[in-house]
Design a protein around this ligand. Structure first.
Ligand SMILES: Cc1cc2nc3c(=O)[nH]c(=O)nc-3n(C[C@H](O)[C@H](O)[C@H](O)COP(=O)(O)O)c2cc1C
Length: 162
């Protein structure tokens, strides 16, 4: 796991090969197994492929193109009502998906649903009113693998207080 965490990078160029069904299932399981505040698990995952994915990506300038598949991680606002932690929970699920993809030899990138794009994503996917799109995660075989980088920074580590 430490190796997986330290070597994961955002992948933004992809081969067209489809993501195998068992890999997709593993990615979804990884998302569902993230920790969540008060175990509310306020997430939904929208799986997009082919023309439906291309149409979504045409409306999202910040999301890398060319992956055969993407997951849209969404927050159920009814379930986050108690905790107000839906974005944190969706972030944990997104990170689990990125790490699972990397461990399966797939590339992925977390892209934000920016405030200006939220309405477009809602309409395009037909999301119910209380479902908020949080991240779009394109996934596929990497066309290019960014090299691991060492980001440990001892100056940001504070022992027994600042
Ligand atoms: C909350 C969040 C939002 C991000 N949004 C985007 C995005 O919209 N488009 C994109 O290409 N990458 C996005 N990224 C990926 C970051 O740019 C990337 O993680 C960062 O540059 C570090 O590079 P690395 O993932 O290769 O380690 C996002 C990452 C996070 C955590």
């Amino acid at each position: 796991m430490i190796e997986t965490i330290l070597t994961r990078r955002s992948v933004r160029s992809f081969l067209p090969d489809p993501v195998p069904p068992d890999s997709l299932e593993a990615l979804l399981k990884a998302g569902f197994h993230a920790p969540s505040a008060m175990n509310q698990r306020p997430w939904h995952f929208v799986v997009l492929e082919g023309e439906r994915l291309e149409g979504l990506l045409r409306g999202l300038a910040n999301t890398p193109k060319g992956a055969p598949l993407a997951l849209v991680v969404c927050v159920d606002e009814n379930l986050e009502r108690l905790t107000r932690a839906g974005d944190s929970d969706a972030a944990a699920a997104s990170q689990n998906i990125l790490l699972a993809a990397h461990s399966l030899g797939l590339g992925a990138v977390w892209s934000a649903v920016l405030p200006g794009s939220e309405g477009f994503v809602r309409g395009y996917l037909g999301l119910p009113e209380k479902i908020r799109p949080f991240s779009v995660i394109p996934v596929g075989k990497p066309a290019q693998k960014p090299a691991p980088v060492d980001r440990y920074d001892g100056s940001r580590v504070h022992r027994n207080g600042w």
